[in-house]
Design a protein around this ligand. Structure first.
Ligand code: CA
Ligand code: CA
Length: 153
């Protein structure tokens, strides 16, 4: 009987909402009232390395790809035009300490390398070497063989 009561108490504790969760009221904030049209691709990532997540959005109808800098959501173009499908992600692809952007479109899966200065040694054998691009560019590596410098505003 005692084991049954303990089990019942454990089950009740698991099913109970966390302390302070009741009555949570979310605040609604519009990040970009003029967001790219049909922004089917959205994700988060600390693009500028300040320790806070930034928001990213890309259009599926030719209106470009942008990142929004927290906390004031300053809008930066990664590409001012272009279309992508879905499932944008950020991850440190080249191991240089900053999140890059991976996003698909009709031309294939694309890698936009974050131009932020290197914060840690690159992974041996990675494509990142000494010398970095300026802070206003982002590199697109589509299908590996095509490398294009893309301006950010
Ligand atoms: Ca950030
Ligand atoms: Ca990186």
């Amino acid at each position: 009987m005692r084991a049954f009561l303990l089990l019942l108490m454990a089950m009740a504790a698991v099913g109970a909402p966390p302390a302070g969760a009741q009555g949570l009221a979310f605040e609604h904030e519009v990040i970009d009232p003029a967001n790219p049209s049909d922004p089917h691709c959205k994700t988060l990532g600390d693009i500028n390395g300040d320790g806070f997540p930034d928001a990213l959005a890309a259009s599926s109808s030719g209106d470009g790809m942008y990142w929004y800098e927290y906390p004031d959501w300053t809008k930066h173009a990664i590409r001012g035009s272009g279309s992508w499908t879905t499932d944008m992600q950020t991850a440190d692809i080249d191991g240089d300490g900053d999140p890059d952007v991976i996003i698909p479109n009709s031309s294939g899966l694309q890698w936009y390398e974050n131009p932020r200065p290197v914060t840690r040694a690159p992974i041996p054998g990675s494509s990142t070497s000494s010398g970095r691009r300026g802070p206003t560019t982002m590199m697109s590596r589509s299908r590996i063989s095509r490398v294009t410098m893309i301006s950010m505003s």
